[in-house]
Design a protein around this ligand. Structure first.
Ligand SMILES: [Ca+2]
Length: 194
């Protein structure tokens, strides 16, 4: 039982008893019952209450570390992927570690892919990857694919693939292709009362 609920129950019991006491004509008895009601309201049923903050994510988002992750349900061109995440209160992500990459990859439905915030649109074969606007150096290219990735040319936007890789490796791909988006946002602290 939560402390707030327990407090409400005690208050209710106290009020009921006090109201019943109002029918008693003996003032001393009334005073004792009133004192009992007062004590019941100020002394909690449990002497210690443990308050704990834990990270939590909204529905459809998945907690990893201090962040929440979600792969969108609809496919869009890469240029719209940031907006897709923005609409959900997040940002298009680039994983910073293999562990983070694989957590995100596991959220992608089998046989599909998800855009990440990585491209070479400014300069061919000069890949720029950003997480929350910060440059990320981690790469997870599918080097053993045929042809090895990135194979560049007019494929200038990057996705985590479950279509061509079973271990969530990166492929460059045509920016106009319709892919899902990998989004991230900070987890929020939630108060647990025990
Ligand atoms: Ca490619």
């Amino acid at each position: 039982m939560s402390n707030r609920f327990r407090g409400s129950v005690l208050t209710y019991v106290a009020v009921v008893r006090c109201k019943r006491a109002g029918n008693i004509m003996f003032s001393k008895t009334l005073q004792i019952i009133s004192l009992t009601c007062f004590l019941m309201q100020i002394i909690p049923a449990k002497s210690q209450v443990c308050l704990t903050f834990v990270d939590s994510c909204p529905t459809s988002w998945h907690l990893w570390g201090n962040s929440c992750y979600r792969v969108t349900e609809t496919g869009v061109p890469w240029a719209r992927a940031r907006d897709e995440c923005d609409k959900l209160g997040g940002a298009l992500v680039v994983p910073r570690t293999l562990q983070e990459n694989n957590f995100i990859g596991a959220l992608i439905p089998a046989g599909l892919n998800a855009w990440i915030d990585c491209d070479d649109l400014d300069e061919n074969d000069s890949w720029v990857c950003r997480d929350d606007g910060e440059e990320v150096l981690f790469r997870n290219w599918d080097l053993l694919f045929n042809p090895p990735q990135p194979n560049g040319g007019t494929q200038r936007c990057v996705l985590i693939s479950r279509e061509w890789s079973s271990v969530y490796l990166w492929h460059d791909h045509f920016c106009q292709s319709q892919q899902r988006s990998a989004c991230k946002k900070p987890a929020r602290p939630r108060l647990l009362v025990d």
